[in-house]
Design a protein around this ligand. Sequence first.
Ligand code: AMP
Length: 442
Amino acid sequence: MTFASLGLIDPLLRTLEALDYRTPTPVQSKAIPLLLKGRDILASAQTGSGKTAAFVLPLLQRLLQEGPSVASNSLRALVLVPTRELAEQVHDSVRSYGQHLPLRSYAVYGGVSINPQMMALRKGVDVLVATPGRLLDLYRQNAVKFAQLQILVLDEADRMLDLGFARELDELFCALPKKRQTLLFSATFSDPIRQMAGELLRDPASVEVSPRNTAAKSVRQWLIPVDKKRKSELLLELIGSRGWDNLLVFAKTRKGVEQLVTELQLAGLAADSIHGDKPQPARLRALQRFKDGEVGILVATDVAARGLDIDDLPRVVNLDLPIVAEDYVHRIGRTGRAGSTGEAVSLVCADEVDQLAAIETLIGQVIERRDEPGFIPDHRVPQTAPGGQVLKKPKKPKPAKAVPGKSKVHLGSWFEEGEKPKVRAVRQMPRLGDGPGPKKKR
Ligand code: AMP
């Protein structure tokens, strides 16, 4: 199959040729013809499957072929994304795929000044990529008008709900024109997402190119059981002994991220971080430094788990397992993208066994364990089994508790009458006036 056979126009085909995209990925072959026909779609595609091009290419083509030119403060296509990084990344794709088209695009997100965004929107834009919170701010300040909106894309919709954008989204949906094309993309499908799809989409075509909630097959997954307090020591050991470089590491908390970065830097390694406490420019700078190879290790919270596209990332390490099992799929989806293979290594301590079981249920496989000599944990990580079971060790029977005030052992039915063992006094107490006391043991 070729991109031309999907119905894309020449300027887009030329761009794809220049980008060396030779054949459409499965999500592209399925979604592009439907979208060009104006259908709504509900799409589930793995991270790294080429889903951005699957919606951006037909979106650009439809904007070019249909509708009036854009009025001031207006927009014709809106792509909603959950994070600032993803907004930048999707906007980069829009710019790249639309480089030969006379269409304007822009990205808005929080954490940076709103004024330049208000100025930029004055002329109107054909494609706006936005995070929900900032878009709502702009809408309330009359900096954006939705009357011309033709196409709405919800990218990583499940993540938007996980991040608590439900209220903002509801308010935005009420403000959008009812007549429009709507595309809903989500790597994982929960019931709230299906409900949202039911409310927003008109007779949607379903595009599902991979089984639900599975991790990319191109990612080799394994874990090392380790005690919690030795995780960063183990990571340093792995980096040193295996020559790991170009590494994306996920930690649970912002504090944990910063602590690890400090330890890595003290060990002489170039590391940077991305988490929610960092101002947006610093986050983007850290990502760029990592992409450019200036730092070999990027440590992040789940802010970075979804949507980031980093070329040739060979390995993702989970210093901590994520609380939400779906985030595991997104984290490891940062590697093994666009046809290359990758590796996802998790350092798992005993406390995390329930999270591990939930992840294994979600991905439908038990993750291979590899012990690391010198790091065998004191606190054993219980074995897990298919179906998310945690196999607990049988408990040892507790010794019978002595009941205060009842020093006699009741032998109950353990012994037949007559079989009762003879209870001998361990030592005889000297009676007053008797000769020397009991012999002492030598
Ligand atoms: P995405 O899943 O949209 O984040 O895309 C993952 C990566 O695949 C990006 O680096 C794209 O540039 C690349 N890509 C998307 N479609 C194709 C294609 N048909 N051929 C080669 N690379 C592609």
